[in-house]
Ligand binder design. Structure first.
Ligand SMILES: *Cc1c(COP(=O)(O)O)cnc(C)c1O
Length: 219
């Protein structure tokens, strides 16, 4: 199942679009199957789960953190992750910078945009992104590589389109501003039910869980 799913999705994605396998709640064995079928990037929401999968999979793939990162988990997170897709505050940036500097690492990050302006969601509001990016760009051990958004959850993927359009516009605008040290290269948006729409609107990184591994038990 997992193997066919991965191959089908990889075969379908246009050139230049990277697939992140969103692995939350999956067993290390299932995750390894996905990797053996061709997954190059694993997305994890929880540091502890990532550590367990990492024991089995190791550095055969890149590890992206896609959950909400608590400051007290940063030290452990930077041991595993190659990118943090969900940076959304100067306080979190300061902690990542401090820990990476101690470890002699540079951490690539995406700025998470709360494109749906949802109170209960993480991410920076679109109008606050520029100021956050300028602040984060000052940190020596962090490298900004682009933007990520979740957008509101909809049954109909068409309803997600306006939020992807909004995030792509912001991505293009920040690219034009050409801040020193800031690269607008990755635009991470789209999940199982919305990734096709996200790609149409400019995503070059999609995060897919259910369509690879099947339904999660708590869904
Ligand atoms: C779970 C998750 C996904 C994947 O969701 P699916 O609907 O299972 O594809 C993508 N991004 C983030 C941040 C997630 O937490």
């Amino acid at each position: 199942m997992i193997e066919e799913n991965v191959k089908r999705i990889l075969g379908e994605l246009p050139a230049g679009v990277e697939l992140v396998a969103a692995a939350k709640t999956r067993t290390p064995e299932d995750i390894l199957q996905a990797v053996e079928a061709g997954i190059k990037i694993l997305g994890e929401n929880y540091v502890q789960e990532a550590r367990e999968a990492f024991e089995l999979v190791g550095r055969k793939v890149k590890w992206h953190f896609i959950g909400h990162l608590q400051r007290n988990k940063v030290k452990k997170a930077i041991e595993i992750f190659d990118m943090i897709e969900t940076l959304d505050s100067p306080e979190l940036a300061a902690e990542i910078d401090k820990r990476c500097s101690q470890a002699g690492k540079i951490m690539p990050v995406l700025i998470e945009i709360n494109s749906g302006r949802e109170k209960q969601k993480f991410g920076v509001l679109p109008e606050d992104a520029e100021v956050l990016i300028k602040t984060v760009a000052e940190f020596k051990s962090i490298k900004i590589k682009g933007l990520m958004t979740m957008g509101p959850a909809f049954g109909n993927p068409e309803d997600a389109r306006p939020y992807f359009i909004k995030t792509k516009k912001l991505f293009d605008k920040i690219k034009t501003l050409d801040f020193p040290g800031v690269e607008m290269k990755c635009l991470s948006m789209g999940m199982t039910n919305s990734y096709r729409v996200a790609i149409e609107e400019g995503a070059n990184m999609v995060r897919i869980g259910t369509k690879i591994f099947g339904p999660r038990s708590y869904d």
